[in-house]
Design a protein around this ligand. Structure first.
Ligand SMILES: Cc1ncc(C[n+]2csc(CCOP(=O)(O)OP(=O)(O)O)c2C)c(N)n1
Ligand code: SF4
Ligand SMILES: [Mg+2]
Length: 392
């Protein structure tokens, strides 16, 4: 396949190709029997993703789902794309390596609140700060589902579970403010019950150049049933979900009678529009390079029990990880003929040969070749030739 017809860093191919244009939901569904509990919110997310992917115009063999451990981790088995089921919490690290080695792929990470924020918390924040071109779907059911109902890092204080019989004492993470604090360039929230909204958010994430973190409120009807019912229940939805629309004043309610205003101390709060006035409404600006307003919106409802914003909180631009690597100073490369980027350290370290001596078995893998080529390309080195098939 030529360079011009492939996706780059998870974004849709500009022109697509004939084969991809005719794809349907079926082309993304594997023959594996789904093993989630009947009624689990994961089914709706799976159906939405499978339904949505054909519109990217990327063939399944150019898409990879990297999953962690948990009920959400089963997602990769049900996709008829490439898939990687890694160890607990390491999906962002695996996806980082893959993104470097194969910039032509569309890479999606599926993780849970336990997987992504407990054991994998460190990997998640580093992928986000580096702006690795991967799309991370965080299935937040505020519980450990697979291991049968222990409290998770997003469970509310006082949560009674098998592992917290007297109620959890721990302050929970707010996944969106955590991501914003990690300098994530794209941060969004959606809910399993609203497939149209989910698809809109997936579309926006897919179109973003760097890392995208999408929190999906997902009902675990066996171990944490109804955790989001205050906001998703049909009768309450209009009053409880604040749909963020870029460039628009933030208002909600059946008649748009409520909105978000800034008080004298600079904090955001919900107000009646009749009292505050139209002009007091805060205008949503997802592209603002300063994340302060997005952060304040993330904290408008720390738990989904009051009016809760959904949508794209932040979509800012910053160079993506692979592009940044080309700016590594030359002396770092001088004695090393091949290089390897670790998943957690900031820099690069030689692994193939150093001062002519082999390191490891001396053979470069696809990641090292990708880094070398990036470096050569950035320095107009005649050894750089395109296109390069990193999979070879
Ligand atoms: C290293 C390691 N520690 C602990 C576990 C046990 N374990 C499996 S899944 C899981 C939590 C999953 O919770 P979450 O990420 O919220 O996923 P969910 O099942 O809710 O989708 C834990 C602790 C494990 N598999 N490996
Ligand atoms: S335990 Fe919960 S999250 Fe896991 S499959 Fe069952 S309902 Fe879904
Ligand atoms: Mg969970």
């Amino acid at each position: 396949m030529s360079e011009s017809t492939t996706a780059t860093n998870g974004r849709p191919a500009s022109g697509g190709n004939g084969a991809a244009a005719t794809l349907t939901k079926k082309d993304f569904a594997s023959d594996q029997e789904t093993r989630w509990c009947p009624g689990c919110g994961d089914y709706a997310i799976l159906a939405t993703v499978q339904q949505f992917l054909p519109e990217l115009g990327i063939p399944p063999e150019r898409i990879v789902f990297v999953a962690g451990i948990g009920c959400s981790g089963r997602f990769a088995y049900y996709m008829s794309t490439y898939g990687l089921h890694g160890i607990h919490g390491r999906a962002p690290a695996l996806a980082t390596g893959l993104a470097l080695a194969r910039p032509d792929l569309s890479i999606w990470v599926v993780t849970g609140d336990g997987d992504g924020l407990s054991i994998g918390g460190n990997h998640l924040i580093h992928a986000l700060r580096r702006n690795v071109p991967i799309k991370i779907l965080l299935f937040n059911n505020q519980i450990y589902g697979l291991t049968k109902g222990q409290y998770s890092p997003t469970s509310e204080v006082g949560k009674v579970t098998k592992s917290t019989p007297f109620g959890s004492l721990d302050q929970p993470f707010n996944p969106l403010s955590l991501a914003l604090g990690a300098e994530a360039t794209f941060v969004a929230r959606t809910v399993d019950t609203d497939r149209k909204h989910q698809a809109d958010i997936l579309r926006a994430a897919a179109g973003h150049q760097g890392s995208a973190l999408v929190e999906i409120y997902q009902n675990c009807n066996v171990f944490n049933d109804g955790q989001f019912s205050d906001i998703v229940r049909k009768q309450q939805r209009d009053e409880m979900m604040i749909e963020l629309v870029d460039g628009e004043p933030i208002r909600f309610g059946a008649e748009g009678e409520r909105g978000v205003v800034r008080d004298a101390g600079g904090r955001l709060r919900v107000a009646d529009v009749a009292e505050a006035g139209d002009r007091a409404l805060v205008v949503h600006d997802a592209h603002d390079p300063n994340p302060s307003q997005a952060f304040a919106l993330a904290h408008l409802a720390d738990q989904p029990t009051g009016p809760t914003p959904i949508g794209v909180f932040r979509a800012a631009e910053r160079p993506v990880f692979a592009a940044e690597l080309t700016r590594v100073p030359e002396q770092v490369f001088r004695n090393a003929t091949e290089l390897f980027a670790t998943s957690t350290a900031g820099g690069v370290m030689p692994i193939a040969t150093l001062d002519g001596e082999p390191v490891g078995d001396g053979s470069p893998g696809p990641v090292t070749r990708r880094l070398r080529d990036l470096y050569w390309a950035a320095h107009d080195d005649p050894r750089y030739t395109t296109p390069v098939d990193y999979a070879a």
